[in-house]
Design a binder for this molecule. Structure first.
Ligand code: MN
Length: 501
């Protein structure tokens, strides 16, 4: 006999599915619920709830992300092989190969025996392998983790801190790299209070007062801008106030930057106005209307439509001075851009959309990661490199042909050259950034157009390039090129040294 709470929760899931997938046959979903409920029969969560509530809520989150039906079913079944007598083979017989593969993938990610740094590294490695097999596995894992974070209060403090730290340092950066703003935000905000309790308390104290005043003011600005946009015959899909209170941790990270120095009044985008219009052309028209109405703050206009962020994010951003001198940030985007910002890579599995239509460019880094984690056996080294190359802030620069290359902040033309190809790196003799010659150790900025000047006669990198390069990838390639020609180099160098004396 299934319990009432679970049935109610499952009914909510069905309602979301009926609304989002009106033509889909939901019999398999119902079957999966019964199957999981039977398997978890008698098991309880630490909160005292019947266990089955957890997979239902996990599946509900996936439905809200508009994931496909196979993913929803796998969400319902995700803890079955680990916690019950049912096997992957049983799942395959009942629900088919696709669902079984997803559930097997999540099970493999499962509980780790390791502790400390070993655990951390092993966890990352498994995540990357799962991602390269099927991104949906990681998205189910995110949904699972978000519900676990929501019920973290029932666990002992030591476990709370471990799970929250892992979510903040591993899960959230991966969600960000995959462009899933909705998941990244939830993971961060749910973990924040456990990892930095004092700072969380501080923000909760200073924020509300400031926020309320600004919100009232923005209501007026919103009306005025909406009126102007409609007068200029731009169709306005939506204009809304978007608050950073929904993303406390990202606000916190901004506040602790040195030049902000915990001064809330220096955060201009505490609340932003978000304008959604039908087409890209409308985005630029709307920007024109805004700048006609209010004076833009120099250097704060950002065109992420022409130059998307590395994770695919697109919008126009501008910060303006209103008539009373208030500073207000605007974000202008189309509906598609808005969905992409919320759902990122998850949007590729949205109902009705083609499977496998994933932009290879956006997932190539995952394959590189898998190769890389195999190469680096030492866990400490692996973590160090990952933090530097993957989870650090990224910049995006362009080749002269307009291809986007995404690199960690503080990268140099050397990193760029090796990112394009080892031979370009090894034969590099100079670089132009935005048509100007620059030194090989100069720092690149987002939006730079980088051209590498090569010389076929050049056979090996310069010795000092190891210092100019910032990425592990470039450093490794430089080292291996230097090693190949080690003896000759050493000979030449010692010869030079002696002759210089
Ligand atoms: Mn679970």
């Amino acid at each position: 006999m299934l319990n009432q709470d679970a049935n109610q929760e499952f009914e909510k899931l069905l309602n979301i599915l009926r609304e989002k997938y009106p033509n889909e046959d939901l019999d398999m979903v119902k079957l999966a619920y019964e199957f999981a409920a039977n398997a978890h029969q008698g098991q309880k969560r630490k909160s005292g709830n019947d266990y089955i509530i957890h997979p239902i809520i996990t599946a509900k989150f996936l439905a809200e992300l508009k994931m496909d039906i196979a993913t929803i079913i796998a969400g319902l079944l995700h803890d079955v092989p680990e916690d019950t007598a049912v096997t992957i083979e049983d799942i395959k017989k009942n629900f088919g190969k696709e669902v079984a593969t997803l559930v097997a993938g999540i099970t493999k990610l499962g509980a780790l025996k390791y502790r400390g740094i070993e655990r951390y590294a092993e966890n990352l490695r498994r995540m990357f392998v799962a991602m390269s097999n099927d991104i949906r596995i990681i998205i189910i894992k995110f949904a699972d983790r978000i519900h676990n974070l929501k019920t973290l209060e029932y666990l002992p403090p030591e476990k709370q801190l471990r799970i929250a730290t892992e979510s903040l340092e591993i899960y959230a950066p991966i969600a960000d790299r995959l462009g899933i703003g909705k998941i990244k935000g939830e993971l961060e905000d749910l973990s924040f209070k456990y990892v930095h309790p004092a700072d969380y308390k501080w923000i909760m104290e200073i924020l509300p007062k400031k926020y309320k005043a600004k919100e009232r003011y923005l209501e007026k600005v919103k009306k005025r801008v909406a009126k102007k946009l409609l007068e200029s015959s731009i169709t306005l899909e939506n204009i809304s106030i978007h608050g950073r209170t929904k993303h406390l941790y990202s606000l916190y990270k901004k506040l602790i930057r040195p030049h902000i120095n915990r001064d809330l009044s220096k955060i201009y985008d505490l609340i932003a106005l978000r304008i959604i219009v039908p087409t890209v052309a409308d985005c630029y028209s709307a920007l024109g209307v805004l700048h006609n109405l209010y004076r833009p703050m120099p250097g704060r206009v950002k065109d992420y439509i022409a130059q998307p962020k590395p994770n695919g994010y697109q919008s126009l951003h501008t910060t303006v001075f209103t008539e009373s001198g208030e500073i207000v940030e605007f974000q202008i985007r189309t509906i598609d851009m808005h969905e992409a910002a919320e759902f990122g890579i998850a949007a590729h599995w949205n109902y009705k959309e083609n499977k496998g239509s994933i932009n290879k460019k956006n997932t190539k880094w995952i394959e590189e990661l898998v190769k890389w984690q195999k190469q680096i056996q030492d866990n400490e080294q692996f973590l160090h490199d990952i933090k530097l190359d993957i989870f650090q802030n990224r910049i995006f620069v362009f080749t002269p042909k307009g291809d986007v290359i995404d690199l960690p902040e503080t990268s140099t033309p050397i990193d760029f050259a090796y990112h394009v190809h080892s031979s370009i790196g090894n034969q590099c003799v100079g670089a132009k950034v935005n048509d100007h010659l620059v030194s090989l150790d100069s720092k690149l900025k987002s939006g730079d157009i980088v051209e590498i000047i090569t010389d076929k006669n050049r056979k090996k990198p310069g010795m000092d390039w190891l210092e100019s390069a910032k990425t592990t990838m470039a450093k490794n390639k430089i080292r291996s090129a230097l090693n190949k020609s080690r003896n000759p180099i050493q000979n030449i160098r010692s010869y030079k040294k002696s002759s210089e004396r």
